[in-house]
Design a protein around this ligand. Structure first.
Ligand SMILES: [Zn+2]
Length: 429
């Protein structure tokens, strides 16, 4: 028997539409069987309501004929919504590109043992918070030892695997160098990062912080004393226990520059590399290209196993898919990323100076003609000319169409008023 859901979908289609379709099909069953948390219900509601009359707020544009066009609804703005996440991601990458120094960066990956996954799942605020803090402190200690400057450090929580099962780990961007007394100090050795020592120190600080404050940690099958035994046992373990820290200088993008003699040569393009790194760190757990089919009962996903490079096709129940997706939705109050060291809000002036220094270096590097810089200037000029032509009296300000905003307020249920009889019945004394 076929129903209207029985159509195969092409790969690389819109992730929001895919997710919305999955939610509409299996949300009622999921709510009944799995009893989701409040933030999970909110996340499903947001995705389904995004840019639909359900959101109740929107606007209408003024058309050239003097009439108002169709109603357009606002987006939900939730980080769990793929469409809104892409908009937020582009904005945050643009912001960071404008603020961070364009130097060389490394990508760090910190993995935790499988026995602690449950604690990360049920206590995300405490566990991720302390892990990020101890990781940042350990990195700072060794940066002080190696070059003594304040580096850029930005850890981000990623909790998924290729097949969307739970795999909590931290990815972090770390600058190869740091700011000290108005100068940018770079380590002599490009592979300066002592990852084994940093991992040991991170574990030490993490365990100390967990045992010092003794926060209440929830475990579905264990009581508090057993939880602390589990923590002590698995944090002290070595590399074979599941702890791992990967480190590599990030990016292979190059650009061509011409020197004073007119010879072209290839140099590392730090700007392109930084943008690539930021896009990797801010990506979402939902990869739409991995969903190959949705039928009336199951979702089919396709992914490659990391070590063997083997392509695996898995057909899972719709509810199970939602369950896996919900593992990666963090509740309110748990930030996915935290800025440390040079990115800290108290170091704004230093960060600005570092950014300026690298911009100056790029422009004044000998008598180089930077092709990228030339091209970007050309594009800006063309854009300005175009906008001047299209907008007569507005100057360089972007033209915004006239809009009328509206807000539909749901009619409240009429309440019965106590203490007064209906107007039809006279009050009896
Ligand atoms: Zn949305």
């Amino acid at each position: 028997m076929r129903n209207h859901f029985d159509t195969s979908i092409p790969p690389n289609s819109n992730p929001q539409k895919l997710l919305k379709r999955i939610y509409k099909q299996w949300r009622p069953d999921y709510v009944k069987q799995c009893i989701p948390a409040r933030h999970e219900i909110k996340c499903m509601n947001n995705v389904c309501a995004c840019r639909t009359p359900e959101i109740q707020r929107g606007y209408r544009d003024l058309l050239p004929n003097g009439k108002y066009g169709k109603k357009k609804y606002h987006r939900c703005g939730s980080r769990a919504c793929p469409k809104c996440h892409i908009i937020q991601k582009n904005k945050s990458v643009k912001d960071k590109m404008a603020k961070w120094p364009h130097c060389s960066y490394s990508l760090l990956t910190l993995t935790v043992p499988q026995q602690l996954y449950v604690l990360f799942r049920y206590n995300p605020k405490v566990m991720y918070g302390l892990l990020k803090k101890s990781f940042a402190d350990a990195v700072k200690e060794f940066a002080d030892e190696c070059f003594g400057g304040l580096p850029v450090f930005w850890p981000v929580i990623h909790s998924w695997n290729n097949n969307m099962t739970l795999h909590p780990h931290l990815h972090a961007a770390l600058s190869n160098g740091g700011w000290r007394d108005g100068e940018w100090i770079e380590p002599k050795n490009p592979y300066w990062f002592p990852y084994d020592k940093v991992l040991e120190r991170t574990k030490e600080l993490f365990l100390k912080a967990l045992l010092k404050d003794r926060p209440y940690l929830y475990h579905p099958y264990k009581d508090q004393s057993e939880v602390y035994q589990l923590i002590q046992k698995h944090i002290k373990q070595g590399k074979k226990g599941g702890w791992n820290l990967d480190y590599s200088p990030y990016g292979s993008e190059t650009k061509t520059v011409t020197d004073e003699h007119g010879n072209d040569k290839e140099v590392t393009d730090h700007t392109a590399n930084l943008e690539k790194l930021l896009r990797y760190l801010t990506r979402d757990c939902l990869a739409a290209h991995r969903i190959t089919n949705i039928d009336s009962t199951h979702v089919t996903i396709e992914y490659t196993k990391r070590r063997s490079n083997q392509v695996i096709t898995e057909r899972i129940r719709g509810i199970q898919y939602i369950e896996r997706y919900m593992l990666h939705q963090l509740p309110k109050g748990v930030p996915r990323s935290t800025p440390y060291h040079l990115l800290h809000s108290s170091k704004k002036a230093e960060l600005k100076k570092a950014k300026k220094l690298f911009d100056k270096q790029r422009q004044e590097s000998g008598t180089f003609i930077d092709h990228w810089f030339e091209q970007s200037e050309q594009v800006v000029q063309e854009h300005q000319e175009q906008s001047d032509k299209t907008i007569g009296g507005y100057g360089n300000k972007p033209h915004k169409p006239t809009r009328i905003f509206f807000q539909n307020i749901r009619p409240r249920k009429s309440h019965f008023t106590y203490g007064r009889a209906s107007p039809d019945i006279p009050n009896v004394k």
